[in-house]
Design a protein. Structure first.
Ligand code: SAH
Ligand code: SF4
Length: 441
């Protein structure tokens, strides 16, 4: 009997990349592979790549280099590189030259056909398939892994916003929404297999359904997903502030299982920088959206993404970012140094910021945010929060871990029977990232 073939899948970058990696793993499963994390004994390694910042690319190039040695030891090993890095205009030739040991190259629009590429590679061919445009019908049948407590569900693909720093629209194509009935069907199947929490994914979920007639928008979708029996929680990312409607905030406020958490990337607190970033909102507009959220959902958690060192960012503009953060009080912020991405508008801007200045600003931003995250959590002490229990804590396996509706991590002493269910926890201690609490009986 043929020995059980092992696949190791590594995903870099955002949830979409992780979701794509899951689809690829599922395809290999249909081809007789089982998942593993043991690179030394792998028959197939898949790296689903990210190119949003240079640091991600460098990490991935390092990994691809390491795999060369593995292939020398095990010549039967097949290696596949897929996703955003491969999709960048002009990247494939450069990558192929740099890494001739790779068997399969696949762009973001070529995942559905991975089994064909795999068969060719198994015959000893080196294959590359990078379509410039997606074929929507092929995307509509994603293969989610069944039987997990939490699942990510694509509701749309691509992005039309062209923020001036961002490579995503260049490698993911234009916005296209999946049909509501397909999304709901997929979620029902996930729930039947044991899933209790879904995160609806899109680069800008607030523009979901713009192309639909009769009209059906993201708030309508959330409302309908909220009716699915036995689904305990619904999350969504990412909300572009310019498209965050009152209707959506009201829908979350009136929903049953719609989590009161908004990931609302601000990117900068300076109107000058926001305009150069092509974000299409001002700091005043952003603050008005936050105010609306607080009005209807006083307990909502807000998280954000911030870029420091965007071309033209003076010390004063940077201070405006620190100031707005302090005003808003985020539960968490993902902070990045601006990274020049060739092919984007900002890469051509003249007043690029030196690395040492970017590093210093990032440090300051992070220390302000860490203080805020801690303060945010300290305010939770003494109150009771509902958490969905996910499993044993990674750092303290005798304890259980779960998340609040606001997406804050909570550790407590509980019974394994509680995994997968909702429990009430009174918060007793707060750290920057984690809360500790006691089960309320
Ligand atoms: N569609 C989402 C997220 C896209 S990428 C959104 O609009 O929020 C995730 C985050 O990476 C962005 O929010 C941004 O903060 C950061 N990012 C994107 N391009 C970047 C670049 N060139 N340099 C640094 N950070 C970047
Ligand atoms: Fe990139 Fe802007 Fe689109 Fe987000 S909305 S993916 S930051 S272009």
């Amino acid at each position: 009997m043929e020995k059980d073939k092992k696949v190791v899948t590594l995903a870099y970058g955002c949830q979409m990349s992780e979701r794509d990696a899951e689809t690829l793993t599922q395809i290999t499963r249909q081809e007789g592979y089982t998942s593993s994390d043991d690179l030394q004994n792998a028959d197939l390694v898949i790296i689903n790549t990210c190119c949003v910042r240079e640091s991600a690319e460098n990490k991935i190039l390092g990994k691809i280099g390491e795999l060369k040695k593995l292939k020398e030891k095990n010549p039967n090993l097949k290696i596949a590189i897929s996703g955003c890095m491969v999709q960048q205009p002009g990247a494939l030739d450069r990558l192929k030259k740099r890494a001739p040991h790779i068997d399969i190259w696949a762009g973001t629009h070529n995942l559905h056909d991975f089994s064909t590429l795999l068969h060719q590679a198994q015959q000893g061919e080196k294959v590359a398939e990078v379509w410039e445009e997606p074929k929507t019908t092929l995307e509509s049948t994603p293969l989610a892994e069944k039987g997990k407590l939490q699942a990510n569900v694509n509701i749309m693909y691509g992005c039309n916003n062209f923020c001036s720093y961002c490579i995503v629209p260049h490698v993911r194509g234009r916005e296209r929404s999946r049909k509501p009935e397909e999304i709901i069907q997929e979620i029902k199947e996930l729930v039947a297999s044991g899933c209790r929490e879904v995160t609806l994914l899109g680069q800008n979920v607030n523009s979901y359904g713009k192309e639909f007639s009769p009209s059906y928008d993201f708030a309508d979708l959330l409302h309908d997903v909220d009716q699915i029996p036995d689904l305990l929680r619904i999350r969504f990312i990412t909300s572009h502030p310019k498209d965050l409607s009152d209707k959506l905030i009201e829908t979350v406020a009136q929903g049953k299982n719609l989590c009161e958490h908004f990931h609302l990337p601000i990117q900068s607190g300076s109107n000058f920088i926001l305009q150069r970033m092509n974000r299409k909102y001002t700091r005043e507009y952003y603050l008005s959206r936050v105010q609306k959220i607080h009005e209807l959902l006083p307990l909502a958690s807000l998280t954000t993404d911030i870029i420091v060192g965007f071309p033209g960012e003076t010390e004063t503009y940077f201070e405006e970012t620190l100031e707005i953060m302090t005003l808003i009080q985020y539960s968490q912020a993902f902070t990045f140094m601006y990274s020049k991405r060739s092919g984007t508008q900002a890469a051509e801007m003249e007043d690029q910021i030196p690395l040492d200045v970017k590093k210093r600003r990032l440090q300051r931003l992070m220390s302000v945010q860490n203080k805020q995250s801690l303060e945010w959590r300290q305010k939770m002490i003494g109150k009771i929060y509902e958490i969905l229990v996910e499993g044993p804590s990674r750092t303290n396996p005798e304890r259980l871990v779960g998340r609040t509706r606001g997406n804050e991590l909570v550790v407590y002493d509980g019974h394994p029977d509680q995994i997968g269910s909702l429990v009430n926890i009174r918060i007793t201690e707060a750290g920057t990232w984690t809360l500790v609490g006691d089960l309320e009986t």
